[in-house]
Design a protein around this ligand. Structure first.
Ligand code: CMC
Length: 431
């Protein structure tokens, strides 16, 4: 980030203030208002942070108008096509793609951390079998903070590195355990001769009674899902992790807070909500009825998997996901998938509709990811968990970057207070 010579003049009532401008490597220039309150006594008002850059970051760049997503400068399409998830993890964490030696070493480190403490199994038995797996994930990931005391000194870069590696490695194990719990099946231990995505599918679908065989094409699709979800700059869950971490909180607890935020239907929960909508629509001829519902101001219904705060053009992840969807269904020999037929027609109709064009509502990553996840054999409740497995590397990379950034302070937004003015307390019997 460099400060520009030019200053922005802000006039408030009869006074004016010179505000600095910063420019990043790409993206809009940023007006620095960090001293505005101390100099003018005014706050800025920005609900939903639509115009606020809360930090500087080198990790991920999005150009929402052009539909561009870069991880450390590399376009998402290239990484998804040519790379793999563990390589993406290394890139996001360290800033550069690994060479083959670095990749082997990194893979070994992650593999060595895939098991979780046996005592953690006890947490799972405390949950009802019908508990939502995201509820379980909030609990068990937070519980990691009680197990790994040797990687919680956030001021020690080595301990931070170990915490990041542990989270990347243990997340699939915990996610698979949550899934097995819902099925009433025993947890399957990780198999370290498998790659990351294959190992995850092995833990989810393997049985202790049988030799598990992981389909290569399905593992590749799983890997792609993880790459596409790996990071997305300052989205709601990542900002939650950064905010939690800004107080110096335990790293495992910070990631649990990110999982809680991700669960909401406006964020990671949209993939589950999207499949529910497609199932509810049920057939292509009912699409117009649902388009009308989505456009009706008096109807709370929204077309899940459509729209994005940042993308005002096509979400590039949705393009990759749509292709992966066709590949998986072709591989499985599915000629006619009713949900995919509804999704494709829904997309076509919505993209020609004035309401969606005017509001720049395009399919997002969640529009097709649910169909792929369902085809892999996951029930709807697991969809957001898979998102969380992929996003973990983004959360830990951003958390680590925040701790290293000497300009970061505890996150503490202000407010526009609209409540009662000061008044005197009235005793209970006088009210
Ligand atoms: N269906 C119908 N109308 C919509 C939709 C939709 N999916 N999304 C936005 N709109 C309308 C909305 O009603 C509003 O209309 P008006 O200006 O008349 O009030 C306008 O478009 C702007 O919407 P907003 O809610 O103010 O926009 P936002 O930037 O705050 O919200 C969003 C972005 C993603 C939460 C929203 O588009 C949405 O709820 N989409 C459905 C949920 C979804 O698919 N979420 C996944 C996002 S991608 C994965 C991730 O990163 O988590």
């Amino acid at each position: 980030m460099s400060e520009k010579n030019e200053k922005i003049k802000l006039s408030v009532k009869d006074k004016s203030y010179d505000l600095s401008m910063h420019e990043g490597t790409i993206g809009p220039e940023v007006i620095d208002i960090s001293n505005l309150y101390s100099e003018s006594g005014n706050f800025t008002y920005d609900p939903g942070f639509t115009s606020t850059a809360s930090c500087k970051s080198r990790i991920t760049f999005i150009d929402g108008e052009e539909g561009i997503l870069l991880y450390r400068g590399y376009p998402i399409e290239q990484i998804a096509e040519k790379g793999n998830f563990l390589e993406t993890c290394y890139l996001l964490l360290n800033g550069e793609l690994p060479n083959s030696e670095e990749f082997t070493e990194f893979s070994e480190i992650i593999k060595n951390y895939t098991m979780v403490h046996e005592q953690l199994n006890r947490f799972f038995t405390g949950f009802r079998p019908d508990a939502h797996p995201m509820a379980i994930m909030c609990g068990v990931v937070g519980a990691l903070s009680a197990f790994y005391h040797d990687s919680t000194d956030i001021n020690d870069p080595e301990q931070r590195r170990i915490a990041c590696h542990r989270l990347i490695a243990k997340m699939p194990t915990l996610a698979a355990m949550a899934f097995k719990h819902s099925l009433g099946q025993p947890a399957i231990y990780p198999k370290n001769n498998l790659d990351y995505a294959s190992n995850f599918l092995h833990m989810c679908f393997g049985l202790p009674t049988e030799e598990s065989k992981v389909d290569k094409t399905l593992a590749k699709a799983m890997d792609k899902i993880l790459i596409l979800h790996a990071d997305h700059e300052q989205n709601a869950s990542t900002s939650t992790v950064r905010l939690a971490g800004s107080s110096g909180a335990n790293p495992f607890a910070c990631i649990a807070s990110g999982i809680a935020c991700l669960w909401g239907p406006a964020h990671g929960g949209a993939n589950e909500a999207c499949i529910k909508t497609l199932e509810e629509i049920g057939s292509v001829d009912r699409i117009p009825e649902y388009i009308l519902k989505a456009k009706d101001k008096n109807d709370p219904f929204r077309l899940m998997g459509f729209g994005h705060r940042v993308y005002k053009n096509y979400d590039p992840r949705a393009k990759v996901m749509q292709k992966a969807c066709h590949e998986v269904l072709d591989h499985l020999g599915v000629k006619d998938n009713p949900l995919l037929s509804i999704a494709l027609e829904l997309e076509k109709i919505a993209l020609e509709d004035d309401y969606f064009i005017e509001k720049k509502l395009y399919p997002n990553v969640d529009f097709y990811s649910g169909i792929v996840m369902k085809s892999l054999g996951f029930p709807m409740e697991m969809f957001t968990v898979l998102f969380a497995v992929g996003r973990t590397v983004g959360w830990v990379s951003q958390w680590n970057e925040m701790i290293e950034d000497t300009s970061q302070r505890i996150g503490r937004p202000r407010q526009l207070y609209v409540g009662s003015k000061q008044r005197d307390y009235v005793k209970l019997n006088n009210r």
